[in-house]
Every structure is written in C-alpha cells, then in structure tokens.
Design a protein around this ligand. Structure first.
Ligand code: SF4
Length: 196
C-alpha cells in the first residue's frame, strides 16, 4: 500500500479513536471534561485580535494574571467564534522571551538600542511633537486664481513636518483616536502602513 503522510495521520487518528471506543472511552466527553478543567477558575475577557486589521474577537481565559487559553469569541459579528492560525498562536506572542516590553530608543548615529521607561518615552515624543509642529507649522498658502491669474494668500494652518501612520496592529477604536489626534495636531498626512 502506498500511504501518504496525510493518509497515515488520518489512519492513525481513526485507529486510536476506534481503539478508544472499543475500550469504552467516550472521546468527546473526555475532551469536554479536559476543556472544563483547564478553564475552571478563569476569568473570561473579550478582546480583539491585533494581528491584522480584520478585528476578529477573542475570548481570553485568564487565571492568576496568566493567559491560560484563548479562542474566538462566538458573539463577535466579524469572526463568529472562528480564528485564523495567527490569532490562535497569540499566547506564544504574549509570553515570548523575545517580546520587547519597554520602549527602545536609538540615538542619532548610535548603533545600540537603549531601554526607556514609558514615562520617558511619552515625554520625549510629546516634546518632539510640539517642537516639530511649531517649527514646521504652515499658516498660509499662496494660490493662483485659475480664472484671473491673481495670486492670493489663503489660510493653511497645517503641521507639515508631522505625519501619522496607522498599522494593521491598530484596532477600530485606536484608529478612531489616532484620527482624532492627527486632526488635533494639524497634520494633513495620515496614512496606513498597508498603502505604503
Ligand atoms: S484572527 Fe486572523 S483574520 Fe482575524 S484579525 Fe486576527 S489575524 Fe486577522
């Protein structure tokens, strides 16, 4: 018999199921019991997958501050309980030793990244935003009237040195706030990473 890898796995699964039922095990009941045991004492927290901009809903099962299990949220109208493999592996992202947990800063010309506290990073970003906004603020524009050829000075009021970039990692609510923030600081340059 010529057996492919997929065929072999299917056959082994069927054989184990047949053996288990032959011995009187109810696999479905055992699975349900294992699931219930794993989640006992967990708090269920609805969340949003941050991997792509699909906005699929998650249910996070957390015990003692640790993510024990995650699954698709059946009440979410976008994914109705389904999840793609990227979201299903989010637990590994949360606990990966390679995940940066503090802001990193590389000074101009430096080759090494330096860790900053969140307060230091926010303060630096805020100061730089104000500095660049003041330096590059465009109060007026020169335009030429298409009919008369007459030159006019009109109000512009925009921050040309600042830009806002969205990300697939940003969910709907964050996008709403980012858009408001872009209007607030006066930048007309508001783009999404996927269009660059
Ligand atoms: S579950 Fe998959 S499709 Fe849905 S938002 Fe996450 S990465 Fe995108």
């Amino acid at each position: 018999m010529n057996l492919t890898r997929r065929g072999f796995l299917k056959l082994s699964g069927l054989s184990i199921a047949a053996l288990a039922s032959g011995l009187g095990f109810d696999l479905e009941a055992a699975e349900a019991k294992g699931y219930a045991l794993k989640l006992s004492g967990c708090t269920k927290i609805p969340s949003i997958c941050h991997f792509c901009s699909g906005g699929c809903g998650l249910l996070l099962h957390v015990k003692d501050g640790k993510l024990v299990h995650l699954e698709g949220n059946p009440d979410n109208p976008i994914n109705e309980g389904g999840l793609c493999p990227k979201a299903a592996s989010l637990e590994q992202v949360a606990y990966s030793p390679d995940r940066p947990k503090t802001p990193l800063y590389r000074a101009p010309g430096a080759t090494e990244w330096k860790e900053l506290s969140w307060d230091e990073a926010i303060e630096r970003i805020a100061k730089k935003t104000v500095e660049i906004r003041e330096k590059t603020w465009k109060k007026t524009d020169e335009i030429t009237d298409a009919k008369t050829g007459e030159k006019k000075t009109v109000p512009a009021n925009r921050a040309e040195g600042l830009a806002m970039i969205g990300s697939a990692e940003v969910d709907n609510e964050e996008s709403y706030l980012l858009t408001k923030f872009a209007r607030l600081i006066g930048t007309p340059f508001h783009e999404h990473q996927a269009r660059i």
